[in-house]
Design a protein around this ligand. Structure first.
Ligand code: XIL
Length: 384
């Protein structure tokens, strides 16, 4: 490895710091002689700061994102590998290879490792809800299947995965119970059962209910009632994950603050579990993060293919500053803030709700360089 000093570090012919963005992310942050400012150093003692990571990242094959994960975050979530479909694709088949790699990566770098998610209607194969002849399962059989799954998956990582999203997205936008196969077959105690099974499999694991759009009053009200009911029944629930799939304008900082207060008032730990900010025009008339809500595109829906204009960078940075001001204000009630992805290149919002767009929802750009929004988030910690 050849190294020259001067305006640039040259590692080998044609490869400069400019082409090593993961490293650049760190180098850029170094002001002369000072330790680089990182998200995790800025937020030390405030709350944990994390990212959802994919397989290439935890297998250390993504040379752009992996160094950022290691240097910037102190907690990780699995973007897909611990969902039912990937980890338990067929009745008698568990696929633990990727999930084992995810957990080992977190341990190698001393991170708090989260689990996502045990009971959800999406990314759950049809066989889960059917008997061997394809007929819908009855309540007792589905409960048994849920129990086996939770016991096997949570049990495997007992003492290693710090907390689980036990139930994901059980509510409709109006706050009523979603008519998922879980609800329709088991009834509304499926949520309590899932938490009991998870607690039985790892009594020390922190257990969360996770959902999107809880900042909307109707859905928040439904969730508050659900949480009260579960707590009243003695269900072992630690806290709530507000997914945090935000738009530039909604939810307002006030709604975010009210939502955190509504749940912390119930004695629940509040986490932001899947933070991002969608900067593209809406292609559906709803603000939902329901992954089945796909929408047709067209050029007007994808205006920043060539790059995000400076004024939009500034708008995004301001949005992140406002959100983190709220999170920091509520730091005593918050366990962590986790971004749903690392760089803009691999955010799910490039493909949701419309496939193949160029979105800019995170703090690191496609080259792995920190954006103005990164500085905004770091600065918000100093206001603590
Ligand atoms: C998303 C992943 O990021 C995508 O890779 C996958 O194709 C679909 O799911 N709410 C959740 C997450 O709880 O699990 C979803 O993750 C995003 C919305």
């Amino acid at each position: 490895m050849k190294m020259q000093y001067g305006s640039d570090f040259v590692f080998r012919q044609g490869w400069s710091v400019k082409k090593l963005p993961g490293l650049l992310a760190v180098v850029c942050l170094m002001t002369q002689g000072q330790t680089p400012v990182t998200l995790k150093s800025a937020y030390q003692g405030v709350f944990h700061i994390g990212a959802a990571i994919n397989q290439a990242q935890f297998e250390e094959r993504d040379q752009r994102a992996t160094p950022i994960i290691i240097s910037q975050f102190d907690t990780i979530s699995p973007e897909n590998v611990l969902k039912w479909g990937p980890v338990h694709p067929a009745k008698d088949t568990y696929n633990f290879g990727p999930a084992d790699g995810y957990v080992a990566f977190g341990e190698k770098y001393g991170m708090m490792v989260m689990g996502h998610c045990l009971v959800w209607h999406s990314q759950t194969p049809d066989w889960v809800f059917q008997d061997d002849s394809g007929k819908p399962l009855v309540r007792e059989a589905l409960l048994e299947r849920m129990h086996d799954h939770i016991k096997t998956v949570v049990g495997r990582y007992k003492g290693r995965i710090a907390g689980w999203d036990v139930v994901n997205e059980a509510l409709n936008d109006d706050g009523t119970m979603r008519q998922s196969p879980w609800f329709k077959i088991i009834g509304d105690d499926y949520i309590a059962k899932a938490f009991e099974f998870a607690h039985e499999a790892d009594p020390k694991a922190r257990l969360y209910y996770n959902d999107y759009s809880l900042e909307n009053p109707a859905k928040r009200k439904g969730a508050v009632e659900l949480m009260k009911k579960l707590k009243g029944q003695g269900v072992p629930i630690t806290g709530i994950g507000l997914q945090g799939h935000n738009k530039l304008e909604v939810p307002s900082a006030q709604a975010e603050s009210d939502t955190i207060e509504a749940f912390s008032a119930l004695g629940l730990e509040v986490n932001i579990s899947e933070l991002d900010v969608d900067v593209l025009p809406r292609t559906t008339n709803q603000n939902s993060a329901d992954i089945s809500a796909t929408a047709a595109g067209g050029a007007a829906s994808n205006p920043y293919v060539a790059g995000l204009p400076d004024e939009m960078q500034a708008t995004l940075a301001k949005r992140y500053a406002d959100l983190f001001a709220v999170f920091v204000k509520h730091r005593k009630d918050m366990g962590r803030v986790t971004f749903w992805g690392v760089t803009d290149a691999n955010s799910w919002l490039n493909n949701f709700p419309t496939r193949g767009r160029t979105n800019y929802p995170l703090l690191f750009d496609r080259q792995g360089k920190p954006k103005p929004a990164f500085d905004a988030v770091v600065n918000a910690a100093h206001a603590k």
